[in-house]
Design a protein around this ligand. Structure first.
Ligand SMILES: *[C@@H]1O[C@H](CO)[C@@H](O)[C@H](O)[C@H]1NC(C)=O
Ligand SMILES: *[C@@H]1O[C@H](CO)[C@@H](O)[C@H](O)[C@H]1NC(C)=O
Ligand SMILES: *[C@@H]1O[C@H](CO)[C@@H](O)[C@H](O)[C@H]1NC(C)=O
Ligand SMILES: *[C@@H]1O[C@H](CO)[C@@H](O)[C@H](O)[C@H]1NC(C)=O
Ligand SMILES: *[C@@H]1O[C@H](CO)[C@@H](O)[C@H](O)[C@H]1NC(C)=O
Ligand SMILES: *[C@@H]1O[C@H](CO)[C@@H](O)[C@H](O)[C@H]1NC(C)=O
Ligand SMILES: *[C@@H]1O[C@H](CO)[C@@H](O)[C@H](O)[C@H]1NC(C)=O
Ligand SMILES: *[C@@H]1O[C@H](CO)[C@@H](O)[C@H](O)[C@H]1NC(C)=O
Length: 595
């Protein structure tokens, strides 16, 4: 490793202070050749230091032509030296939705499989034999949108003193089309992530990283991906720890039970009408990538209220069990990895605003603005959700759900009822899948550690309607990454981050990076504000509630609701199955765990 300061001339010209950080290139010798990154000063909440960024390093061959829709092929040769000075393009996706999430970065290209490495100053360089814990980020976006560029790792690297890696992976049809055959089994996007994770295992030592202290972490679809990786035995040894923020493979939106239907529809829509579905998809490989993506919304509104068309599917390779059995079989590797998982108190508001409300407006012209009536909740929403969950609704299950989600203070208060609906929606789409996964982990009699959090902060940037209390889905992201400038437009926090939020962000980055270093968010660095986060176990079920002013430990997150979804409802279901031959679904999304 050598440093090549280009600053000398600029110093003479007196421009040093403006230009220095832009001009500093760092040269790193790796097994792949020399990689040229850039060093820049970064400052967060009173801490300042240099961070190196190696951006846009390709880890796979371009997934185009006959490689489209299929497992990625590892990059054979990197140009040497490789100038890693800029983020690579995002993978093709709906540009309209992409601009809503990350305004200002509409650059997509099918040759998008690149990753970015952020390292503390001098990591991997001569004279610094320190070996850093590594955090590998998988973005969310429902497997429909997302790009690594938004999650710039400088501030997390600075505050956490860790290496941060972010990657692009394929999404929408390009990432998740499946014909059910061995040629197009699906899950290409998960294989992309896996290849990037393997790249980290194989190469991170050159960057000063410790390949035996790798944490994979992600939010929403990134979080469900993290746990999918933990369930794939081929990943053994590639990472040691897991962080999932508001995501689990048990979430309804994280699993597609009928991928072939959509593959057929897409092929038909684009004139690839061969009866043999694989041949029809061969034909799709010849079309322009954005044409394919722009036509990928082939599901009806009814089809896609709960999950997008193109999400992970059972392929008996990467995903080896149907969704409802994922955590009851084959969790040998998962149970031995340290796990931190959490949810935001109002994750349910996100799906309500994004999918449920538009659906309602279109179907029956109803919005949530003035609350919802008890009648509507009991007789429309509950059956509607249970239809997705079980395929049919028994009156007893409906009545029991209505009982649990009633605010008994005033049955005619539509605002209270709306609040109950937000809980219901959050429970079905996020909390119960996450709780169920974390219980499977905590209960697995292994020495690994388990931690649960609830993030409950209404941040200054939160633009949700005022009836969405606390944190909406994704609101923790700026805190986890230290309010990176590339996230500012999308989340809307430019130049107005209150000091108290910067401090909370420091605390969160400290806990997250502590966990990456030791498997325990409390060590080795003292968490500011004396936060103590107790381990979760099936007995006490303790978790950390992260608040703006104060974070404290509590027990039994959503205990009454969890008892309904994870104990009572499955029991009722089992009874009814026993006495009739109704064709109920096996409870997509949540396994039957009694306890
Ligand atoms: C790397 O690329 C950047 C941006 O294109 C350019 O400014 C820089 O000079 C390049 N560095 C080398 C060593 O080629
Ligand atoms: C790291 O370097 C220092 C100084 O060069 C040396 O004393 C120490 O033994 C090294 N540690 C390891 C683990 O190699
Ligand atoms: C895809 O859709 C975007 C708008 O969302 C449009 O700008 C672009 O031209 C379309 N590309 C193709 C090839 O249809
Ligand atoms: C939908 O509801 C609004 C307000 O209640 C009303 O003004 C509008 O006419 C309704 N539209 C339809 C199509 O029923
Ligand atoms: C749904 O369940 C009800 C009773 O629980 C039953 O009467 C009805 O036939 C079932 N419908 C289907 C399609 O299975
Ligand atoms: C780090 O955080 C500071 C303070 O919020 C912000 O101004 C800066 O843009 C962040 N750095 C990067 C590289 O995003
Ligand atoms: C939290 O702290 C902020 C700023 O110090 C203050 O305005 C707010 O009232 C506090 N909130 C609570 C719930 O204590
Ligand atoms: C956890 O394990 C205990 C004892 O092994 C068992 O009784 C309980 O049902 C399990 N709970 C869950 C949620 O799996």
């Amino acid at each position: 490793m050598e440093l090549k300061p280009k600053a000398c001339l600029l110093v003479l010209l007196g421009l040093c202070c403006i230009m220095r950080s832009l001009a500093d290139e760092v040269f790193l010798n790796t097994r792949l050749g020399t990689i040229i990154g850039k060093k820049a000063e970064t400052t967060f909440n009173g801490k300042t230091g240099n961070v190196n960024a190696f951006l846009g390093i390709p880890y796979a061959e371009s997934p185009t032509g006959s490689k489209r829709f299929r497992k990625p092929v590892p990059k054979a040769n990197l140009v040497n030296p490789y100038n890693a000075s800029d983020f690579g393009p995002a993978c093709p996706q709906d540009l309209f939705m992409m601009m809503g999430w990350v305004p200002g970065y509409p650059y997509v290209d099918e040759d998008c499989l690149s990753l970015n490495v952020f390292t503390p100053e001098n990591a991997g360089m001569q004279g610094n034999n320190k070996s850093y814990a590594v955090m590998v980020w998988i973005y969310g976006g429902a497997y429909v949108i997302g790009q690594s560029k938004m999650y710039s790792g400088e501030n997390l690297t600075l505050v956490g003193d860790v290496i941060v890696v972010t990657m692009n992976y394929r999404i929408t049809s390009l990432g998740f089309l499946s014909t059910g055959s061995s040629k197009y089994p699906g899950n290409a996007g998960l294989w992309d992530q896996q290849l990037a994770i393997k790249w980290v295992h194989d190469n991170i030592e050159s960057f000063g990283g410790d390949p035996n202290r790798v944490t994979i972490f992600g939010e929403s679809a990134g979080g469900s991906s993290v746990l999918y990786h933990a369930l794939y035995p081929g990943n053994k040894g590639l990472f040691q720890r897991l962080i999932t923020e508001s995501g689990s493979p048990l979430c309804p939106w994280a699993y597609q039970p009928d991928p072939i239907k959509y593959a057929r529809r897409l092929a038909n829509k684009l004139g690839c009408k061969d009866n043999d579905l694989d041949a029809a998809v061969d034909c799709l490989q010849k079309l322009d990538a954005m044409t394919v993506v722009n036509n990928s919304r082939v599901g009806s509104q009814d089809d896609t209220v709960f999950r997008a068309e193109w999400v992970p599917n059972y392929d008996n390779d990467f995903i080896r069990f149907p969704q409802n059995r994922l955590f009851s079989s084959g969790i040998d590797m998962f149970k031995d990895l340290d796990l931190m998982a959490g949810v935001n108190n109002n994750d349910g508001a996100f799906v309500t605003l994004l999918a449920i409300q538009p659906f309602m407006v279109q179907q029956i012209n109803k919005t949530f603005d003035k609350g919802i009536t008890r009648d509507f909740f009991n007789n429309f929403y509950i059956p509607f959700y249970f239809k997705d969950y079980r395929g049919n609704v028994s009156q007893l299950t409906k009545d029991t759900a209505a009982h649990v989600y009633t605010d008994w203070r005033d049955l005619h208060n539509d605002i209270y009822t709306r609040e109950k609906f937000l809980q219901f929606s959050g429970d079905y789409n996020f909390f119960m899948p996450v709780l169920s996964s974390i219980r499977a982990h905590a209960n697995s009699s292994s020495k690994s550690k388990t931690f649960l959090y609830q993030f409950k902060v209404r941040a200054a940037f939160n633009k949700s309607p005022s009836w969405v209390s606390g944190a909406n889905h994704g609101d923790e992201l700026p805190f986890v990454f230290g309010f990176p400038d590339l996230m500012a437009d999308g989340m809307g926090f430019r130049d107005n981050v209150p000091a108290i939020e910067e401090q909370l962000s420091t605390n969160i980055m400290t806990m997250w990076s502590n966990f990456a270093k030791t498997g325990d968010p409390n060590f080795p660095v003292n968490v500011p504000d004396a936060i103590v986060w107790p381990e979760y176990n099936s007995d006490t079920q303790r978790y950390l509630r992260i608040g703006l002013n104060k974070s404290s430990a509590y027990q039994n997150l959503f205990g009454d609701r969890a008892s309904f979804w994870l104990k009572l409802e499955p029991e009722i279901h089992a009874l009814e199955r026993a006495k009739s031959n109704h064709n109920y679904q096996p409870g997509l999304g949540i396994p039957v765990i009694v306890g």
